[in-house]
Design a protein around this ligand. Structure first.
Ligand code: RIB
Length: 298
């Protein structure tokens, strides 16, 4: 069994701001830092640091070679990362507040130049019981999921950012990992709706899919045919929540693929995410399996 994460690679530009900029406002940032990121890259790094043999597929421009290097340094196989000559690497403009909260503006760049041909060429190397991990920051996510399913791969989908094109694809997923904003977009309800009710609604509408709803400092909920489980988040002082969800996704899936039951995989993932938010940046903030196991009896 191998894991293929087919997803975005971004250069993250993180602007420290006193609060998020509002409509019509001009706001001065107090600091600018740059990190490797992208939900796809972050999830590959998390899977690899959690001990899973991981292959990453996606696309960068010539300015993004260091992102593939970061993946390799984490132990990820980058044979399926295309370097394109006529397009910039994707990037994210991230506002970060003193509380560690963030909001993210994406420029897709090379991530939006993924083609059917690249997908076919990559998937030719994978089949059952391999696992596809996917998000919604590259072009052609529908084709990717349908072709992977046709090859018998299991699918873990993080529908982020959520949009209507994903809706018909959701039943293809064996695992759907999302936060409360994405869940509320999917269900057409308020983001402050009761998370247990949201998880239950998702479970009912996707009976063959295990739902993992992450709630930041309020923990996470697993809802599937075998029941519903809640896991609290550890209390930590967050400096940067970027990639906390990606860390959770990678470590949760790694736990499941290592034979953990859902409750144990949630504790493992929560501990990993709790460490990640105490560190700056996206991929650089993701801990190793040993760091997580030293903290939690998962
Ligand atoms: O989930 C965090 C990630 O979202 C960032 O690294 C940014 O690149 C965006 O893809």
């Amino acid at each position: 069994m191998r894991v293929l994460c087919f997803g975005s690679l971004n250069i993250d530009y993180v602007y420290q701001v006193p609060c998020f900029v509002r409509k019509g406002e001009t706001l001065a940032a107090t600091e600018l830092q740059s990190f490797s990121g992208g939900k796809g890259l972050n999830q590959s790094v998390a899977l690899a640091r959690a001990g899973i043999k991981t292959f990453h597929a996606g696309a960068i421009g010539e300015d993004g070679a260091f992102l593939a290097e970061e993946l390799r340094a984490a132990g990820v196989d980058t044979s399926f990362v295309a370097c394109l000559h006529d397009v910039r690497t994707g990037h994210a403009v991230i506002q970060k507040t003193p509380e560690g909260d963030n909001c993210i503006l994406l420029y897709g760049g090379a991530n939006r130049a993924v083609t059917h041909e690249q997908i076919d060429r990559t998937l030719a190397h994978f089949s059952a019981p391999d696992v596809l991990v996917a998000q919604n920051e590259i072009s052609e996510p529908g084709y990717l999921l349908e072709r992977a399913k046709a090859r018998g791969m299991r699918i873990a989908l993080n529908p982020s950012p959520m949009d209507e094109t994903l809706r018909p694809l959701l039943p293809l997923s064996d695992f759907l990992l999302l936060n409360e904003i994405e869940a509320s977009q999917l269900l057409g309800c308020d983001a402050h709706a009761d998370p247990g009710d949201m998880a239950e609604e998702l479970r009912k509408s996707l009976p063959a899919t295990a739902i993992v709803l992450t709630l930041g400092e309020n923990g996470s909920i697993y809802a599937a045919r075998d029941g519903m489980i809640r896991c609290p988040a550890e209390r930590v002082t967050a400096v940067d929540t970027t990639a906390a969800g990606d860390t959770y996704t990678g470590f949760f899936l790694a736990g499941i693929l290592n034979g953990f039951d859902a409750a144990r995989a949630m504790r493992f993932a929560s501990a990993a995410a709790a460490i990640a938010v105490t560190r700056p940046g996206a991929a650089p903030s993701i801990p190793t399996r040993d760091e997580v196991l030293a903290r939690v009896d998962a």
